[in-house]
Design a protein around this ligand. Sequence first.
Ligand code: AMP
Ligand code: GLY
Length: 443
Amino acid sequence: MSINLTSSNSLSRLENVLIIGSGGRENSLAWAIQKNELVKKVYIIPGNAGSERINKCERLKIDINNFDYLVERIDSLKIDLIVIGPEIPLANGLADFLRKKHFKVFGPGKDGAKLEYSKSWAKEFMQDANIPTANFWKVNSADEAKKIINSSSIPLVVKADGLASGKGVFIPDSKDECVRAAESIFHGKFGDSGNVVVLEEKIEGPEVSVFALCDGERYILLPTAQDHKRLNEKDKGPNTGGMGAYSPAPLLTKDYLETIVQEIIEPTIDELNKKNIDYKGVIYFGLMITKSGPKVIEYNCRFGDPECQTIMSLMDQNFVFLLEKCAMGNLIGDEKIAASENVSGCVIATSKGYPHEYKTGFPIDLGKFDTNNCQIFDSGTSFNKNGELITNGGRVLSIVCQDKNFDLAFEKIYKNLKEINFEGIYFRNDIGHQVRKNFCKEN
Ligand code: AMP
Ligand code: GLY
């Protein structure tokens, strides 16, 4: 049975919500949260120029690393719910600190964030819980890595253990390349994040992203999504933070999702409980659908970007109650979440040069953007001294549209993209190729 959420089922206030983060992900969260009429104000620290176009949204300039000052300001603003977007403040224990001060926080503590900030810990966690994942070796030196690589009969991938802004994974084509990757990590390419290296069996298959909102004990699943990590069309070129996404992912049929729930999601939540980790936030399961079934490629302790932008635009006004319930630990686990029957797509417009070096500061012309079931969530923008919207990141804009099917949704996205201009704008034309029936593969 699904229940419809019409209120937070609590006597708490939900007038002022604070979001921490500065990307398209956080803007889409703000947009979904402000839909609820109980919410009067959505503060965002630090947000970006696009946050200012979102209804009820106000940016705050506060250094989130100054925990004490942050608490003072949050107290004075009477914040009812705090949503922490990115992994770094979560890994630094911001959620723990704020919870100790009795704020309602959506976001795991440092112990739960370890699923993302230590790949070796996450692999051992999966091993303990018998969760399907690629075989792995945790190594502490370049010599140790070299021995394993040279004696391995299977291709390996090389990963820095800690956070590396999405750049810490190498998929080498030869043993030599594999050794060089491990050496570069141990020689400090990612600082302390590379004190340990994980060597992993290379596995194959399409990738999907599954998001579970957890209240510490129970969970609910958001619509699934697929991301396009590679820079270039036909899924070629270097890995990026994500060039586009779509939701839901038709690849995950109901039956398949049931297998994922039984083999991966529930064992993960049970293992967190077993380890006394009170996980109040989202678990992002990065999965690969291999010939021998679904396997976990990675866990993240946050929403994916750009998956979040596609999913948020499918949420109804009650979405904020789900976040609140997770923060309060009173999820039922059977809540109805998505109001929209539509599907959603997102294409990211990037700066020339991304994910390597790129220039910023170019004026952005948003043109005549069709806003009917379409949103622009700024990923990296700011204002220049004349108040013009300018580029301020590698990923600049997330163009998101919803419609009855993916062909219609992506048609609107690409029509809107024709309107948008800034110097060096780059985007892929084939986002969602797997689900666009009208997409010509020879494009
Ligand atoms: P991650 O940062 O862990 O998401 O890894 C980045 C990308 O590397 C993933 O999205 C996969 O495409 C690829 N990858 C990671 N681990 C493996 C693996 N064991 N086998 C094959 N590809 C992998
Ligand atoms: N879209 C991939 C990520 O957020 O890590």
